[in-house]
Design a protein around this ligand. Sequence first.
Ligand code: HEM
Length: 445
Amino acid sequence: MSSVENRYWGWIRDMFVPIPIRDILNGSARNAKKAESITSEADKQALLKQVALVDVLDGWKDGILTIGTLGLDPLKPFNQQNEYFVLESEEVVEDDDDEYNHEADEQEQYSVYSDEDSNINEDEEEEEENPLIYTRFEHNFEELASTFDANAGKSKEIMIIDPMETNSNVHENSERKRKGERITLAELFLADSDMKKKTESFELKSDSGKKQAVRAKNGLFFAKKLIPHVGEDSRPIKKFHQLMRRMLKRKIHPELEEKDQKIDNQNKTAIMEVGISNGNETGESISLLPTPPRNHQHIDFFFTLVLQQMASKPKIYQFDEVVKHKDRCDCWLIIHGKVYDVTHFLDEHPGGEEVLVAATEKDATDDFDDVGHSSSAKELMNRYYIGDIDVKSVPPPGKKYTPPPINPPKAINKYYAILAKLLQLLLPLLILGGAFAVRSAIKKD
Ligand code: HEM
């Protein structure tokens, strides 16, 4: 046993074994070293009797001490402790939990990855290799790979998961593990979430020709370990795991939502996808604001066309309306059948504002042409164009336009007439009453 294994074995023993038993175990561990060379059961019993630990070490079988939760065999070489690595083949693992399978089927429509996830037995997931194992034992990638090769021929369901060493950082990580450094929680989450992408490039083929992918199961793996399992009934935890997985998929892989939308005949929320082609095969997409369904898009397109038509059609003004804008604060001109609002151009007009105000209340075409405006002046006119004039409403040239008289409405006329008659009747009475009031006041004095 190497010095590192010795150190961790001592650590485990100190944590889980009471002091009196620990003292005994110290002796047993020393004897266990000797037991490496003892192969027969009789020799082992003799050894136990020698240290009087037959009853105490009832769980000690074949060198495996099952005290505590780790069940670690300190006497086995590390590369034979395959129990701590779990093979996840691509075979479908049937779950006896029908409800869970049903929900797993639901997930298939969301994700191409869900094919993998939905086929994973939850119980298997709970047996996933704990990344912290790497911090307890020194090893490197080559050792693990050789272990796999040795096991492949035996078609054992044991394989190596080492997601953090499937990229270019393999040497760096191996160095750290060899030194027994701690791996931070952030690194574990990072490696775990990035597992899918990295492990795609790391696939091993067994001797039987069956392709087996070396990968972790999903990005929730380490987070799940943080949730305490309550006895055997882990159903709520399974639900929570499923919920988390779906949330992550929808957040991280919005294109899966788009796939779902196609399945539902484009009735669900559309995903506006901005493809980011980074040169890799694994293209990413970013979900922006949800766009309305396709049928709504047709309606939007229709309204856009209507608005364009409206925008291209100029407003037609009547002459009566245009002539109302005739002063410096509100100045409209009629030139060549078009209406211009030059209110904000008055100060800039090279010919002065007076000539423009004087050109209101009529067709100013002749006045404009008489000056001989340049082409740049005519281009400038487009800034102030607001619509066309109804030529029929324009009085013929030579005939001065006279605005219609401003008469009050008939209803108001009637009201004024009645009020005037009342005043005519009441006024003498009011004067008379006032005179009597003054007279009585004088008498009192
Ligand atoms: C939207 C309408 C108008 C615009 C954009 C406009 C623009 C201009 C511009 C840019 C000039 C500088 C010379 C040139 O480039 O031709 C100018 C000069 C002048 N404009 Fe107008 N103008 C307008 C309407 C009128 C009207 C209705 C009259 C009416 C009599 C008028 C009278 C003059 C005069 C007298 C000059 C000075 C010409 C000179 O000094 O050589 N303009 N105008």
